[in-house]
Ligand binder design. Structure first.
Ligand SMILES: [Zn+2]
Length: 350
């Protein structure tokens, strides 16, 4: 090894150590800089490129005492309202003088989706804002936003929680994802995080990309960079139910207790339902969708979960469960097109 290489390696180690420094005097995300014991608000500025600029609001709580950096992000899908409202509530609840470590809160990534009430996509470039990580500086708005979130949020944190829920057309029961990477230490911590978060149905996710440069999903961008992280889902069909918001707010607070960022004992879910596989039922026809089961129902293999009629009421398609399991979500509206999702069924692990 030559000395320049050795120096470069040493510098790399220094940089990665400082990225997770527990004793920074100030902490900056975008235009928000907080000193110890302070909260700061600002924006992650995404400059204009082939399409318009975007300012993504961010709050930084730089705790009085050192500790881990936790990022909480919602609203990649801007009409999954319960998750967005939960982080707005958390911004009002957290007190930086009580925190050990730093909390980065990004409550609404996809502002165009929120403002125009467009589910699933960013209406500016018609891209899903949770599929283009780690992003591209010279890409469209979704890709540029993903690039800056990777740089400013993911790379600066030790742990990340990505909050979602059923979109306006999805009737969803709450659940979380635990990503199993094969790295024993990382998987133990993320498992303890997901149990501390407390949602009682947990999908064991093993099929996410392993390449940090092709991570696609936000949580996976943190996970493939060695940071134990989870994804959580609560809320459905445009609603902001107290139960869903409380579950998300309390889940974040409880993970903070588990990470020793807040005092107090951790309550973990003791016997969650572990889901080993998710089966998607899609429609083979366009028409009016009629559900026959509710979110959270358990269905047997072959059970009819809904049907599609043409626009004059003639049945054209029957959706039957191709595996037994729990209905994680089912289409919440009559609009149905060929190839669209009717329901996601979680197959319970043995
Ligand atoms: Zn979502």
């Amino acid at each position: 090894m030559n000395s320049i290489l050795a120096l470069a390696l040493a510098l790399t180690c220094l940089v990665s150590a400082s990225a997770q420094s527990r004793d920074r005097a100030t902490f900056t995300v975008g235009t928000a800089t907080a000193s110890r014991g302070q909260k700061a608000v600002g924006n992650i500025e995404v400059p204009a490129g082939s399409d318009g600029a975007l300012s993504i609001p961010v709050a930084v709580f730089h705790g009085s005492k050192p500790g881990p950096v936790l990022a909480l992000v919602a609203g990649a899908h801007g009409t999954e309202y319960a998750s967005i409202i939960s982080l707005e509530n958390l911004i009002g609840v957290l007190n930086p003088t009580e925190i050990s470590g730093t909390v980065i809160i990004v409550p609404l990534v996809n502002i165009p989706s929120f403002e125009q009430k467009v589910p699933h996509l960013n209406p500016i470039d018609r891209k899903n804002m949770n599929r283009f990580y780690p992003g591209k500086l010279d890409g469209t708005q979704t890709e540029r936003a993903s690039f800056f979130i990777t740089r400013q949020v993911v790379e600066q944190c030790d742990h990340l929680i990505d909050l979602h829920g059923g979109d306006t057309d999805e009737s969803l029961r709450p659940y979380s994802y635990w990503t199993k990477t094969g790295n024993e230490k990382q998987d133990r911590i993320s498992r303890e995080m997901v149990l501390a978060f407390g949602l009682d149905h947990i999908i064991i996710s093993t099929d996410r990309p392993k390449d940090p440069q092709a991570s696609r999903y936000l949580e996976n961008t943190a996970t493939t960079r060695g940071k134990p992280s989870i994804t959580v889902e609560a809320g459905y069909a445009g609603t902001v139910e107290t139960d869903d918001v409380s579950a998300l707010v309390n889940g974040c607070l409880n993970v903070m207790r588990y990470l020793k960022m807040l005092p107090g004992s951790v309550t973990t879910i003791e016997h969650p339902v572990w889901i080993e596989k998710v089966v998607t039922l899609t429609s083979e026809q366009t028409g009016l969708f009629h559900p026959l089961v509710k979110r959270g129902s358990y269905v047997g293999q072959g059970m009819k979960v809904g049907y599609v009629t043409d626009y004059l009421g003639k049945p054209v398609f029957e959706a039957r469960a191709t595996a037994p399991g729990v209905v994680l979500y089912i289409c919440a509206v009559p609009s149905m097109t060929k190839g669209a999702t009717i329901a996601n069924i979680g197959v319970v692990a043995p």
